[in-house]
Design a protein around this ligand. Sequence first.
Ligand code: XBP
Ligand code: MG
Length: 243
Amino acid sequence: MDRSRGPAPGGTVLRAVVFDVDGTLADTERDGHRPAFNRAFAEYGLDHRWDEVAYGGLLGVTGGQRRIEGFLAENGHSDPAGFARVLHRAKTEHFLEWVRTGPVRCRPGVDVLLGDLGRRGVVLGVATTGRRAWVMPLLDRLFGPDTFAAIVTGDDVTQLKPAPDAYELVLHRLGLPAAQVVAVEDSPPGLAAARAAGLECIVVTNDYTRSGRFPGAALVLDGFRTLGGRDCEQVLTRPRGSS
Ligand code: XBP
Ligand code: MG
């Protein structure tokens, strides 16, 4: 990385971009996580099935185990926390299978953006609430083993998004201040987490988040194809509110 570049007049040099995983680097929710939750329910003899529409509402709760626990509590199960732990272990195994063998791809344009950022000397990081057991093989499969300088998962923090913990930890691991880093997210809880840690945040929506509200986002796009490294740099240097 070219650390010789000083701050631009009136602005700050972009040193790193930190990406969310689920819904941002890859469309994992509808055809990956959702069926894995449903398989776990079936395996343990539960009649619950999360259809595509219902699952969109459940995404307001980040973290699969918390999502199951909240759902079980609402549906009157006697030990939501204990059962959620067991079900989530099973869900993680099913999801891992999809990560290893399923038709998982990065979102269109992500690979081009990562290449562009790399050529500009911008370091890449990850901040996700997903579990390390599947995050690492997914990132390896999609991008190879050495693409990201720091990877923070849901196993590394006590408070999941929208708390700032994952972003605070990734900044610490990158050794960079928030003012030199931009976050890329797909959802309201992800945006809130990045902003709470002091980062500017670009939101790239997907089918589940397109109609969401994103107060405080530096930029809201509906795909990666129009997002380049220069746009990420400009997020730090242009006055807020201009486009
Ligand atoms: C994504 C999540 C994740 C997955 C499930 O939120 O909440 O928990 O849905 O993964 P974000 P796990 O993209 O904001 O990080 O079951 O491993 O928790
Ligand atoms: Mg996400």
